[in-house]
Design a protein around this ligand. Structure first.
Ligand SMILES: [Fe+2]
Length: 134
């Protein structure tokens, strides 16, 4: 029960903060697991290096995943996100995403517009291992 209260408070708190400070309008829930139809097609959209003209904001509820980033100096780094992690990737930051071998993640996505956001692919070569085939 305590955890549920904290969890709901975090979800609503982040959303309120984003609405008030950055004009966010909507959020949704994304759930990925091996039984999701077209999982590999979905993951293929996130896997190549890309950026968005809007920030990419996520609160991880369960499962885990890996974000990779291209730093301004061209070096690259990866970050594993897990339950109760909150991540706000600034607009125009080159990044990628893939699932860990568990292939399970549940996350809230926050959007500045109701249309969501669109990946702009950069063709930058990742210097990390490729995501496991789905
Ligand atoms: Fe992205």
């Amino acid at each position: 029960m305590r955890r549920r209260h904290r969890f709901k408070g975090a979800l609503d708190g982040y959303f309120e903060q984003l609405k008030q400070t950055a004009g966010y309008q909507s959020r949704d829930l994304i759930v990925l697991h091996p039984e999701v139809p077209n999982l590999s097609t979905l993951l293929a959209k996130f896997d190549p290096c890309h950026y968005h003209t809007d920030p990419e904001v996520r609160y991880i509820i369960a499962g885990d995943g890996v974000f990779g980033f291209v730093r301004p100096d061209g070096t690259q780094v990866e970050l594993t996100v897990q339950a109760e992690d909150y991540i706000n990737i600034p607009a125009n930051t080159e990044h990628w995403f893939y699932l860990t071998p568990s292939q399970r993640i549940k996350a809230v996505r926050y959007f500045t517009t109701t249309e969501g956001w669109v990946p702009e692919y950069t063709n930058t070569e990742k210097r990390f291992r490729q995501a496991a085939a789905v």
